[in-house]
Design a protein around this ligand. Structure first.
Ligand code: PA5
Ligand code: NI
Length: 199
């Protein structure tokens, strides 16, 4: 029986424009989709009343969502803050917890905030040229700590990983990244909720 197969393909990342020359999906996320995630609720409400600002964009090539595939693309996180807290992605566990992800930072400056269901947490700086390996079980959220530049990362993860956004929507991340005296600072999330029934 004949096996169906794909052909190898390439695409180019224009780092200064933060765009791929070929992609299938362009996903955008704005402030209204981050309800309950920023610590300073009055700052969130008044920012949203002014404008439902675009926080980040993801450009992806489409691949089948099975374990032999690698989903990949770029994430473009715009600069800004809600109160003292920098713009950030929603963040997620992978639905298949035992799946990893690799990020390669192309532009800007930021941090990846990570944690496991077991209570470990980690924050790694992202700078152009830096590769971040997010092991299986680690939820991940990128934060743009730059004053006026996009944080652009290339990411790759297994095709069957899926996204669990719900856990973070309910419990948040243990740590937040805020600006203090003009510099990023990692602080406890006062609204972090312990998982009710362990994962
Ligand atoms: O695969 C990833 O982890 C990234 O591509 C993210 O999906 C991307 O940065 C957007 O973040 P989120 O999916 O948490 O909204
Ligand atoms: Ni991921």
């Amino acid at each position: 029986m004949e096996q169906s197969q794909d052909n190898p393909f390439t695409f180019t990342v224009d780092v200064s424009e933060a765009k791929l020359d070929k992609y299938d999906h362009h996903i955008t996320r704005s402030l209204s989709e981050m309800s309950g995630q920023y610590a300073d609720q009055p700052a969130y409400d008044s920012a949203l009343a002014r404008e439902d600002v675009l926080l980040y964009e993801v450009y992806e090539t489409s691949r089948p969502e099975n374990s032999g595939e690698l989903l990949n693309g770029i994430s473009v996180l715009h600069p800004g803050k809600v109160g003292d807290e920098y713009f950030m992605t929603k963040g997620h566990f992978h639905a298949v917890l035992e799946t990893a992800e690799v990020y390669y930072c192309l532009k800007g400056e930021g941090m990846m905030v990570m944690e496991t269901p077991e209570g470990d947490w980690a924050v790694e700086a992202l700078r152009p040229g830096k590769v971040l390996y997010v092991p299986p079980r680690w939820a991940h959220r990128s934060v743009n700590t730059g004053a006026d530049e996009d944080l652009v990362t290339f990411f790759v993860y297994p095709g069957h990983a899926g996204h669990d956004y719900g856990t973070i929507e309910v419990q948040g991340f243990r740590k937040l990244v805020v600006e203090e005296n003009g510099r990023p600072k990692i602080v406890d999330n006062p609204r972090w909720r312990s998982p009710q029934n362990g994962r």
